[in-house]
Design a protein around this ligand. Structure first.
Ligand SMILES: Cc1cc2nc3c(=O)[nH]c(=O)nc-3n(C[C@H](O)[C@H](O)[C@H](O)COP(=O)(O)O)c2cc1C
Length: 477
C-alpha cells in the first residue's frame, strides 16, 4: 500500500470542513492577496486554487495549509477535533518516543507521471504565486523540502529553505547561516565541486513539517517523518543526482549549485510581519530534471504578518518542546504551554502552572523565556494559574489585568537570544540580542486563600447546565 500523500490529507481536511476551493484567481497578485486576507484570522479554511488563468486547467495551488489546529491534527493523524493541549501533548510524546522508519526505495511512483529533462525543463509551467505585493518574484518553494547529501557521511538532509523561481530552469535558494543545507553545500564547494540538490514542492504536510523543524545535525527528517506517518516513506532516486524524493510527491526538480554561482534573490515577506532586507545574491540552482504528477498541486506555507502559515504549526511543536524542557529543568505542575499565533509563535509564550510554592511562577517564567526551545526571539512570557486556558487570550489578558502587580510581578531581562528578523533586536551584525519581559500573572502565592472569589459558574454547575441545556448554548463553549 502506498504512503499517505498530500491528496489524502486534502480529503481529510475537506471531510472536516476545512477546505475552500477558489477558481480563476491569477498568480501575480490575486492568489497571494486572497491568502493574505484568509491568513489574518486563525481557523479560516485552507485554500485550493483551481483553474488558474494562463495555466493548464487541472494545475492547482494549495495555501493557508496549517493555520488551524484541526488541519495540523489531520496531518499528524489525530482526530480533527483534538484540542490545542491534546496537540501539544502529542508533540511531547512524539519527542519522547522519537519514532522513525528508514525510507523505502521504490522504482517509480506517481511523481514520474510527467518527466522533463534538459532543455524541456520549465518550472514556470507550474502556477507560482508572487505571495506578497513587495516580494521580489514568485516563490515555488515555501512549504518545500530541499534534499542534499553529505559527501562524507552519506547522510541525507531534508530542510525547508525558500526557493524562488528565476526562469524555466533556474531557481535560487536562501539558507540562513547555520542551516544544515548550507553546511553540506559548502563541503562540495570547498572541493570545487557542484552541490547536487533536489527540491520538492508538494507532499504530505507531515513531511514538510519535519523539514521545517530543527531536527539535529546528522539525523534524518525523512525517517522522523516516517515515524509520524507510521510507515517508511517511499522514495524514488532522482536520475541525475540520485537524491531520494518521496515517490508520491506532487512536484520535484533536481539540479546543481555550482561554486560561486549566485543570483539576486528575494525579498520575501517574513514571519515577523516585516521584510528583513532587500534583494541580494544567493546560490542558484541549475535545474537538470523536473517531474510532476498529473494535475499537480503546488503547496505554499506563507510567512506574513502573524498569524501565518510559516510559524503556527511550528509553535504547536515548540510548546511541546518548552513543556518538556520546563520539566527537565525541574519545574513541577506545568499544566499548559501556548505560543500565541499573533507573536509568530515565538515572541509570546504563555505557561500555565498549578502553583505549589512562592517563587514557582517566577521560576517557570524565567526558564520558559530562556530554555532552548523558548529563548530564540522571545519577547513576552506570561505565567498564569491553571484555571486560565493559555490558548484563550481573553483569559490570559484577564489574568494579566487582575492578578499581576507590575511592581513585583514583571521582570525585564536584557541581552536575550534574538535575530536580525526581530525588528527590535539590538542592531549589531554578529550579536543580535533583545530585551524581554516575564510577567507573573498568577494570583500571588501568599494571597491564594484571601483572593476575591471568581464570579463564574463552578465546574459542577457548568456540567449540570451543559447536560440539560446543550441545545440552547453557543457552539464551541
Ligand atoms: C515555511 C518555512 C519556511 C522557511 N524558510 C526558510 C528559509 O528560507 N531559509 C532558512 O534558512 N530557513 C527557513 N526555514 C527554517 C528552516 O526550515 C528550519 O530551520 C529547518 O530546521 C532547517 O533544516 P535544517 O535544520 O536541516 O537546516 C523555514 C521554515 C518554514 C516552516
Amino acid at each position: 500500500m502506498a504512503n499517505k500523500d498530500l491528496r489524502d490529507w486534502i480529503k481529510g481536511i475537506q471531510a472536516a470542513g476545512e477546505l475552500k476551493v477558489i477558481k480563476g484567481a491569477e498568480p501575480k497578485e490575486e492568489i497571494g492577496g486572497i491568502v493574505d486576507i484568509y491568513q489574518r484570522k486563525m481557523g479560516n479554511p485552507a485554500l485550493m486554487f483551481e483553474e488558474v488563468p494562463g495555466y493548464p486547467k487541472s494545475f492547482r495551488v494549495i495555501a493557508n495549509i496549517l493555520t488551524s489546529v484541526p488541519r495540523i491534527n489531520v496531518a499528524l493523524g489525530l482526530s480533527p477535533t483534538a484540542s490545542e493541549m491534546e496537540l501539544v501533548h502529542w508533540w511531547r510524546d512524539y519527542m519522547h518516543k522519537a519514532p522513525s522508519f528508514k525510507p523505502k526505495d521504490v522504482n517509480g511512483g506517481p511523481l514520474l507521471e510527467n518527466v522533463q529533462e534538459g532543455k524541456e525543463v520549465n518550472i514556470e509551467k507550474i502556477p507560482t504565486p508572487v505571495w506578497h505585493e513587495l516580494d521580489g518574484g514568485p516563490f515555488i518553494g515555501t512549504a518545500c523540502m530541499v534534499v542534499m547529501k553529505d559527501p562524507d557521511s552519506g547522510w541525507t538532509n531534508y530542510g525547508c529553505y525558500r526557493i524562488q523561481s528565476q526562469g524555466p530552469a533556474v531557481a535560487s535558494i536562501m539558507m540562513s547561516p547555520g542551516k544544515h543545507g548550507g553546511f553540506i553545500m559548502n563541503k562540495y564547494h570547498e572541493r570545487g565541486e557542484p552541490c547536487p540538490v533536489a527540491v520538492i514542492a508538494g507532499m504530505h504536510p507531515a513531511l514538510f513539517m519535519l523539514a521545517g523543524l530543527e531536527v539535529p545535525y546528522g539525523k534524518s527528517e525523512i525517517e522522523a517523518a516516517g515515524g509520524i506517518l507510521g510507515e517508511p516513506v517511499e522514495v524514488f532516486n532522482m536520475p541525475r543526482t540520485g537524491l531520494p524524493v518521496p515517490a508520491n510527491a506532487e512536484i520535484a526538480f533536481e539540479g546543481f549549485i555550482n561554486p560561486g554561482d549566485k543570483i539576486n534573490e528575494g525579498p520575501l515577506g517574513e514571519w515577523t510581519g516585516y521584510y528583513a532586507g532587500g534583494s541580494r545574491p544567493e546560490p542558484a540552482i541549475r535545474i537538470a530534471t523536473m517531474m510532476h504528477r498529473d494535475d499537480p498541486i503546488l503547496m505554499g506555507a506563507i510567512p506574513a504578518v502573524p498569524p501565518n502559515d510559516n510559524t503556527f504549526y511550528l509553535g504547536t511543536y515548540r510548546c511541546g518542546a518548552v513543556w518538556n524542557q520546563l520539566e527537565a529543568a525541574g519545574i513541577p505542575e506545568v499544566k499548559g504551554v501556548w505560543a500565541h499565533e499573533a507573536g509568530g509563535s515565538r515572541f509570546m509564550l504563555t505557561v500555565a502552572i498549578k502553583q505549589l510554592y512562592g517563587g514557582h511562577a517566577k521560576q517557570a517564567g524565567m526558564v520558559a523565556s530562556h530554555c532552548h526551545a523558548g529563548a530564540y526571539c522571545n519577547r513576552w512570557t506570561i505565567v498564569v494559574d491553571d484555571d486560565i486556558d493559555p490558548t484563550n487570550f481573553n483569559d490570559v489578558i484577564w489574568a494579566m489585568c487582575t492578578r499581576c502587580d507590575p511592581r513585583e510581578q514583571v521582570d525585564i531581562i536584557h541581552g536575550g537570544w534574538s535575530s536580525a528578523l526581530d525588528p527590535m533586536c539590538y542592531d549589531s551584525e554578529n550579536d543580535r540580542r533583545n530585551s524581554r519581559v516575564v510577567i507573573n500573572a498568577c494570583i500571588p502565592f501568599n494571597r491564594k486563600k484571601t483572593f476575591p472569589k471568581i464570579a463564574r459558574s463552578s465546574k459542577e454547575l457548568d456540567a449540570r447546565i451543559r447536560a440539560k441545556w446543550q441545545h440552547e448554548l453557543p457552539k464551541g463553549f
